[in-house]
Design a protein around this ligand. Structure first.
Ligand SMILES: Cc1cc2nc3c(=O)[nH]c(=O)nc-3n(C[C@H](O)[C@H](O)[C@H](O)COP(=O)(O)O)c2cc1C
Length: 314
């Protein structure tokens, strides 16, 4: 990006939520940016608002057998199965490397199959320094309740968020599943249970079949749909949720340009996350920050924060 002419001020892209200051609203989404450190050679990590690391569990997990990814029209199906190195290895192996990089914001995504899993994972992560916040992935089946997802039952959601709140000294972002009837209701439940911010959406349950072999395209049969295909639905959900809660909302789903970011901000998002776009272009997050700076300058937006919820309805 070329520097502004003398005397012209750069637009202020900084935002804040849950007591965390970000230099811009662009955050790399969980599961699409490794543990951050793997992207060090392709992205200037300190240019991003922040990044969310792969979902972490108490113990390491191997994930599902292949095929686990399939590209669809304007989207991607994944059933990675939450493969990860486990919270302890993250603290011991990844976090020390991340802490050597100045000026970055690291958010740890956490998941589990019981309330105790969430609690124990957070307790392990509490020992590590340099984590700005926790993002709770509640799109996992609760094994203690017969496999129903935490994020699709208000009572389970209330319990898991209250548990995490209790053991977390750090800001708590609750990441909602879109596979519910009323995501606004779930956001309200999470807010009441102690969430500091809401992020949405996770992937939509979907599937693809190969007509020739008659087999599912993904070994797990069903998978999560992400990418541009989900953007209009996710945008509507961000709009609904931002009207239902007082806490900040972090929007995501199919963002691949600065204009997409602006649409989410106008719908009510304070910040956004970029997921699948990083699969198609590993530098997408950083490019979107540059584009956003240019878009704001061209549109004479001095502070991006002033656009949050700025949709014009009349
Ligand atoms: C390959 C892949 C892995 C993902 N893993 C996680 C994860 O571990 N935890 C989580 O909360 N979300 C995970 N997600 C969901 C994304 O963070 C994001 O919510 C979703 O993909 C929608 O954003 P997008 O359309 O920009 O990709 C994953 C998505 C993809 C594509």
């Amino acid at each position: 990006m070329s520097p502004p002419p003398n005397g012209t001020r750069q637009p202020d892209l900084s935002i804040a939520f849950a007591g965390i200051q970000l230099k811009n609203p662009v955050i790399a989404a969980s599961g699409t940016f490794g543990y951050g450190i793997e992207f060090e050679d392709v992205v200037h990590l300190d240019k991003l608002g922040g990044f969310v690391v792969k979902g972490l569990s108490k113990e390491p997990m191997a994930g599902n057998p292949p095929p686990r990814l399939y590209e669809t029209a304007a989207g991607m199906l994944n059933a990675i199965g939450l493969q990860n190195i486990g919270a302890r290895s993250f603290i011991d192996e990844k976090l020390p490397k991340l802490r050597q990089i100045k000026n970055i914001v690291v958010i740890a995504n956490v998941f589990g199959y019981t309330r105790e899993d969430y609690e124990q994972t957070i307790q392990i992560l509490n020992e590590g320094e340099g984590i700005a916040a926790y993002e709770l992935n509640v799109s996992c089946p609760n094994t203690a309740s017969g496999g129903i997802q935490f994020g699709s039952d208000p009572r389970l959601l209330d319990e898991v968020v209250a548990t995490a709140r209790h053991c977390s000294p750090r800001p708590l972002i609750v990441k909602l599943s879109p596979n519910v009837t009323s995501i606004a209701q779930m956001a309200h439940v999470a807010e009441e249970a102690g969430a500091d911010a809401i992020s949405l959406v996770n992937t939509f349950v979907a599937m693809a079949i190969d007509a020739e072999t008659r087999k599912p395209r993904i070994s797990n049969v069903t998978a999560g749909l992400s990418g541009p295909a989900i953007k209009p639905i996710a945008l509507r959900m961000v709009y609904d949720v931002s009207k239902a809660v007082k806490i900040p909302v972090i929007g995501m789903g199919g963002i691949s340009t600065a204009v997409d970011v602006i649409e989410y901000v106008l719908a009510g998002a304070t910040a956004v996350q970029i997921g699948t776009a990083s699969y198609w272009d590993p530098c997408a997050t950083e490019k979107i920050v540059d584009e956003l700076q240019e878009w704001c300058a061209e549109h004479k937006v001095e502070r991006i924060a002033s656009l949050t919820g700025g949709i014009v309805l009349e």
